[in-house]
Structure formats: structure tokens, C-alpha cells
Design a protein around this ligand. Sequence first.
Ligand SMILES: [Zn+2]
Length: 306
Amino acid sequence: MIKYLLNTLILLVILPILSFMNLYYFTNNLIEWFILFIQTILLLTLSLKIGRLYWIGTYTKYFILIIFAIIAGISLNQVIKYSVIDYNIDYLKIIINILIVFVLTIYLYRTFIGSIIETKSINLGFPFKDGIFYTVDAGNSSLTNNHYNNEVQKYAVDFYKLNKYGFRCNGIYPKNLSKYYIYNEPLYSPVDGHIIKVIDGIEDLIPPKRDQISRAGNHIVIKIKNEEDKFLLLGHLKKGSISIKEGDEVKKGKMIARIGNTGRTEEPHLHIHCMQNMKEDYVLKGKGIPITFDGKFLIRNNIIKK
Ligand SMILES: [Zn+2]
């Protein structure tokens, strides 16, 4: 949790402020201004893609972009007005800033690649029906998906729910579960299939407490109909909310449980991933299969309105 907050602070507050100050105070001519302008655009694009926007509210991105537009305009005006004609070009400064542009471009390219799926994916229905939903960890890259380095969870998606102002809970990190908008949200089956595993009875935890034994908490595994050996796991469900049982057939769109805060989780959310050839220790081992929702492959900071 602290790690994520720190990451947010650096990517979405400190780096943009430093970048704006650089553009405002340290541009003596048009060449420097142009390089720093490009650098700031790249930095903001990257920060808004990989930064955990939910901590500061998803609409804050517009505020950051407006501040940028104002500072870029003022600094350009200053440079044009007061540019020192015989200013000795500081080549070292220019080279360092071009290098930063280069590094930012590499990271942006990696993020872009992470929004594309190169192998065949399984298309799912959306698991919620009413509200604004947000992807915390998702995508084909470790830059936007914390699950990425675990093979079976490689393409997993974590969902939060937002209020109309773009916040996921009432407070910063409340202990009261009902303050998280996704808590107790009805969950609908994203596929037609056969229920092969139901785990229920695990207690919902008060954040930041995490279950050290059960990783997925209360969860359901569905064998997807008409897909050979493909299984869907839906995790962190609310204790006592699962309304289907092992052996049941389920239709896409049927309500099957409610979102809780069970298992190894920071706070209430839905975890969902697809795997092939389900094994005994399926929560951690196996082959992860990419998933799309209504045909769309999601990455961090995507917002889906229902
Ligand atoms: Zn997850």
C-alpha cells in the first residue's frame, strides 16, 4: 500500500511538478524550450498511463493537463520575449534532456506494447452491470499489471468501482469496507460454463490486513463452455455471498456472488484471470490466457461505464 502511494506521489505529483518547473524556470531559448516541452508531454503521457490515478481521483488528470497547458503557454511567451540572443548554447544540458526524452520514449513504447495482445484471447462479458468501473492492474506489461510476472496470473485484471467524481472509496484508505464503492457489488458470470470450484467461508478482512494463507480468498472457478481446457477464476469474493455451487451450469450474465475483501488483497476489488489446464495449485501455477471484455483488452486506468 505504502509502495503504491509512494509510486503515485512520484509519478503523478513530484515528477510533473519538477517537469513544469524545468519548463518554466530553465528554458533560455527556443531549442531548450522545445526539448523540455516534448519531454513533459512524454512524461505526462507515461505517468497518466502507468500511475495509480485512483489515489488522486481519475479526473485529476484533466487538472494536471490544464496546468501543463498554462505553464507551456507562459514559458513559451517568456522565451520568445526574453530569449537571450547571444546565449551560449549549453550542449550538456541539451544532451541530458535529449537522453531523458529517449528513456521516456522507451518506457512509453513498452506501455504501448502492453496494450496489445499478441496471442489468442478469450472474450468475456463484463462482470458488472451498473456503475463506473476502473482497472487497477491489467495489461500485457509489468508497467501496468502487477500480476504480470506470475505466469498463471499474467493477464489478470483487478477492478475497482468509482463514484461520479472518479474516486474509488470515501476517504483515502478507510478501514470500513462499506466505504469502498465496489464492496458488496453484485458479480455476474462473464461466460457460459460449468462451475468446478467454489471456495466460501473465508472472513472479509479490514484493510490493510491481508490473508497470508488463502491468496484468492473466497473464489469461483468456471470451466468455460466451448473452450477446450480454459478456466476462469473470480477472486476476493464476499463471505457467504456465492449463490452457485460446484457442479452447476452457469449462464453468462447470471448473478453469482458479491465483491468482498477476502484473500491476499489490499482492499475490496474483483480479481479475474483465465488459465489453461487447471492444476492442483491453480491459484499460483499454470498458463495464463489473455482476456478481453466485450472485445476490449484493458490496461491500468481504463474506465468502463455501465
Ligand atoms: Zn489481482
